[in-house]
Ligand binder design. Structure first.
Ligand SMILES: [Zn+2]
Length: 661
């Protein structure tokens, strides 16, 4: 008959309880998944030795398992896919497009298996996640035997598991109902971030979290630009904004909170928000240093997270706890800030309270679940050892020990690793399967990176279909002639606009890619003030052909609203050339012989090229294009009082050639 009690003896027991009790040589007894005794070996051993399976912990620290308070576990399969990029380019240009293509229930299960294997090896026993198909993540996590708070993501745009935010909310609610009473899994809802959600999503998520009394996991104030954008859109920073959406009615796990001020720290404190601090991710993406020392000073609960492996790139909590301490010291220029013991507290009991599981885990105390790890202190980098001061052991663990020193891991009373051998996961199979997925993603990205169009589609919110455009453009001496002609009865002016137009033409090594134009239209009022700014991206096909002698048919014009900055597109598309064009455009939509045409009078400012007259029309077929092009030649001739008619095409091409330099 196997013994139901496990007795750890001969250990350096680090309890991480309220009084930071240390026992050496210490012992811990575990029965039915729970800790039933902890203390000096001389006291505990006699009571349990006869009935227990004894684990001799010589040379090892016995401590509570680490708590990773913020991660995205399936992203292990995206580890190393795209690095050294700015957050927006990384997230919107790479992570999200690849996720849309590849993330499925099978994908997240495999990614979770890999993450659980890595975390168990590194002494993590609990984690808080946020991702898609969280139900499948829960299954894999429970199978691996890990404790977790799992947040089903909700976003305002289509995600891999939900075509709309309504679906996301519905999926979250079903997920919560299904897992509500599981012994290892705490379900949660995860509206991704204020900038990827709407007011309604934040409010409804908070309602759902409150109704089911589950945590709400969200990214908050991660970058300075997020806060700037929020200020310009809502006239307030991120924390007051989410408070206004009643987010803090729920128990909130706020990831990052890098760019928040003293007032916001107090707001978080007042509402019992737990902060998930992610030093590696904040450093790697150059997001900044969260004011962790201040947060701890006012009594805020701050835990430590690895964030996803896309931005870290591992799930090593030993490293993360160490970096939390180092980053706080550097940020405050004070080496006494965030000492080792406090850092380890954040990685254990305080982290457990951030994610709402401190009643069962985070410290070695009678009545808590047996989430325990053994750390080997006999390896080279841990030698020698001092013990004149009770804090020596904490600095030993945080500043010298490594995740690979973890030899044994028990979660909820079950061993999941013994003597560095994983008991619930088959690493060989996981590695093989993960490599297969990596090869598929490699192929996908290689194809995409070779095509400007595919890259544009990957980040375009709403692509318009391919359209054809017929246009003629000529250089003119006097725009007044045209303006006067437009007053004639043969033209009906549907509307006229005036704007200052700034274009950047991105060129590429492969001429077949054509040009990508980033255009900002600054609409001007009568007084010349800017009324409104609109940005668009247009992929202009490489080939323009003449349908008439003087008229060009350009094809493959793909349009997308430019929702990101010009800097984003530059870093994402990596053009090999750039040409700036600036002009003042008077645009008319006119009706001429029953058809609609745009007539533009452009004053070219950069490059300084004088005035141009352009007429164009969108068409849907080649035959239509032929008819329109004849009309355009007539139109231009009319507008110029019959003076035009030669070398329009030549002029147009010379302008295009100027861009190609
Ligand atoms: Zn994150």
């Amino acid at each position: 008959m196997s013994k139901t009690t496990t007795l750890f003896t001969n250990a350096i027991v680090l309890t991480m309880d309220e009084d930071f009790h240390l026992f050496e040589p210490g012992a811990v007894a575990v029965q039915d998944g729970n800790i039933v005794a902890v203390g000096l070996e001389t006291e505990v051993k006699p009571r349990y030795a006869d009935e227990a399976e004894v684990v001799d912990c010589a040379g090892r620290v016995l401590m509570p398992g680490l708590v990773n308070v913020h991660t995205h576990v399936p992203m292990t399969l995206l580890r190393g896919l795209a690095d050294d990029l700015r957050l927006d380019v990384w997230l919107l240009g790479y992570m999200m497009p690849v996720e849309r293509e590849f993330v499925s229930p099978e994908f997240v299960k495999l990614g979770t298996d890999l993450a659980c294997a890595e975390m168990i090896r590194g002494g993590v026993t609990s984690f808080a996640d946020m991702y898609y198909f969280e139900d499948d993540i829960a299954e894999s996590t429970a199978k691996a035997g890990m404790r977790a708070v799992l947040g089903q993501s909700v976003l305002k745009f289509p995600s891999p598991d939900s075509p709309s935010f309504e679906d996301g909310l519905h999926r979250s609610e079903e997920f919560i109902q299904k897992w509500k009473d599981h012994s290892l899994i705490t379900p949660a809802i995860a509206p991704h971030a204020p900038y990827t959600c709407t007011d309604e999503i934040l409010q409804k998520s908070s309602e759902i979290a409150t109704r089911y009394d589950v945590p709400l996991h969200i990214h908050l104030a991660e970058t300075a630009s997020e806060v700037e954008d929020m200020r310009s859109a809502q006239d307030m920073p991120v924390i007051p904004y989410v408070k206004k959406q009643k987010l803090f009615n729920a128990r909130v796990i706020g990831a990052h909170c890098v760019h928040i001020d003293d007032g916001e720290i107090h707001t978080l404190m007042h509402h019992g928000v737990g902060v998930a601090h992610n030093p590696s991710s904040n450093m790697k993406l150059a997001s900044g240093a969260a004011p962790v020392a201040k947060m701890l000073d006012v009594g805020l609960n701050v835990g430590i997270g690895t964030d996803g492996t896309g931005s870290n790139n591992d799930l090593d909590m030993f490293e993360e706890i160490r970096l939390a301490s180092f980053l706080a010291k550097l940020d405050t220029m004070d080496p006494t800030t965030l000492p080792a013991r406090t850092a380890l507290l954040m990685g254990t009991r305080m982290g457990a309270s951030v994610i709402g599981v401190d009643d069962v885990t985070g410290s070695i105390e009678v009545g808590k679940a047996a989430d325990l790890i053994l750390v080997d202190l006999t390896r080279t980098h841990n030698m020698p050892r001092f013990s004149h001061n009770s804090d020596n052991i904490y600095s030993q663990l945080i500043y010298a020990s490594k995740s690979t020193d973890v030899s044994d891991v028990m979660i909820n009373g079950q061993f999941v690793m013994r003597n560095r051998e994983l008991l619930t996961l088959n690493e060989k199979q996981i590695f093989e399967d993960a490599q297969k997925v990596a090869l598929q993603i490699d192929d996908f990205l290689q194809d995409r990176e070779n095509s400007v169009l595919l890259k544009l589609i990957a980040v375009g919110d709403a692509m318009e279909e391919e359209s054809f455009e017929v246009q003629a453009k000529i250089s003119i001496d006097d725009p007044e002639v045209v303006l006067k002609a437009l007053e004639s009865d043969q033209y009906e002016i549907v509307y006229r606009r005036l704007y200052h137009e700034y274009d950047t033409y991105f060129g590429f090594a492969d001429k077949a890619d054509g040009f990508l134009r980033y255009r900002e239209d600054h609409f001007m009022d009568e007084q010349g003030g800017v009324e409104q700014v609109r940005s668009r991206l247009t992929l202009i096909g490489p080939e323009s052909e003449a349908v008439q002698d003087d008229v060009l048919l350009s094809r493959s014009r793909f349009l997308a609203p430019a929702t990101q900055s010009e800097r984003f597109y530059r870093e994402y598309f990596k053009p090999t050339s750039e040409t700036e064009v600036e002009k003042i455009r008077q645009r008319f939509l006119i009706r001429y012989h029953g058809a609609e045409f745009y007539v533009n009078i452009d004053e070219m400012i950069v490059p300084e090229m004088g005035f141009f007259l352009e007429a164009k029309s969108r068409t849907w077929s080649r035959r239509d294009a032929d008819a329109k092009s004849i009309m355009i030649v007539d139109l231009i001739n009319d507008l110029q009082g019959g003076k035009a008619g030669k070398s329009q095409k030549g002029d147009y091409i010379s302008l295009v050639q100027a861009f190609k330099k």
